[in-house]
Design a binder for this molecule. Structure first.
Ligand SMILES: [Fe+2]
Length: 255
């Protein structure tokens, strides 16, 4: 027997039973819900549905026991095969070229420099799509791996991402609409910061004043992840100070 699995599943079952009781859910409603979940599986949207409602909670729970920078949901559009880049991500010539400069530092919790840091950066096109997933956009566009300098600094130029809708043509989108919600995410840039001996930091940063920043369908925006509206030499500037903590065993998972 796996005690961890038993503890968590027992708690889920009790929580669902309590809701069924408190909301006086009828047999008909229960059957509708079961058929809905079967439909979610048929549309291969189990991951999407779970991420919309629960991923941000798992991330927030991780953040509470961490001294590192605020983490955020990874989302479905990360690719481990992104190319190494120097100071600029590839973008389309037809891009609207609203320039974005992303720069900052990476340090350990005690302020010391972290060695051999790589930062994966990825974000949407100006029309809200991701390379390698939408419309045959080459996989080396709008994403790349940065090597952080010996002084802990990094800097890369790209263009502004845009808000986008998560897949909304299937049962997940239908449920959000039925609940009076929407499927929009605010414009953001994803980061995955890696270094030997340190916990990998997966996060996203947003733009002050951007659409949907205060109403993300995935509930993924923390105030500390919203960067102020700074423009220098015509480019929006995203200044970030990443803090990494030493690697440690995941609390709970093996308890
Ligand atoms: Fe995203």
């Amino acid at each position: 027997m796996n005690k961890r699995v038993k503890d968590v599943v027992d708690a889920i079952v009790v929580a669902v039973q309590r809701v069924l009781d408190e909301k006086v859910v009828t047999e008909s409603e229960y059957r509708t819900a079961v058929h809905y979940l079967m439909n979610v599986a048929e549309h291969r949207e189990i991951a999407l549905l779970c991420d919309v409602f629960f991923d941000s909670t798992v991330v927030a729970t991780k953040a509470r026991r961490s001294q590192a920078s605020t983490p955020a949901i990874e989302g479905p559009y990360y690719r481990d095969d992104a190319p190494l880049v120097d100071d600029r991500l590839k973008v389309y010539d037809t891009d609207d070229h609203k320039p974005l400069l992303i720069q900052g530092t990476v340090n350990a919790v005690d302020g010391s420099v972290v060695e051999n840091v790589t930062i994966d950066v990825w974000h949407s096109t100006p029309d809200g799509k991701y390379s390698g997933f939408h419309d045959d956009i080459p996989t080396d566009f709008y994403r790349g791996k940065l090597r952080v300098g010996a002084d802990g600094g990094f800097r890369v130029r790209t263009t502004m991402p845009a808000p986008y809708q998560i897949p909304n043509q299937g049962p997940t989108g239908a449920l959000l609409e039925t609940m009076g919600g929407h499927s929009w995410r605010p414009a953001h840039v994803h980061f995955k910061v890696k270094a030997p001996g340190y916990e990998t930091l997966t996060t996203q940063y947003y733009f002050e004043g951007g659409d949907w920043v205060t109403d993300d369908c995935c509930n993924g925006v923390e105030s500390s992840l919203i960067t102020p509206d700074v423009v220098e030499d015509g480019a929006r500037v995203m200044n970030i100070s990443f803090v990494m903590e030493s690697a440690h065993a995941e609390a709970g998972a093996n308890a």
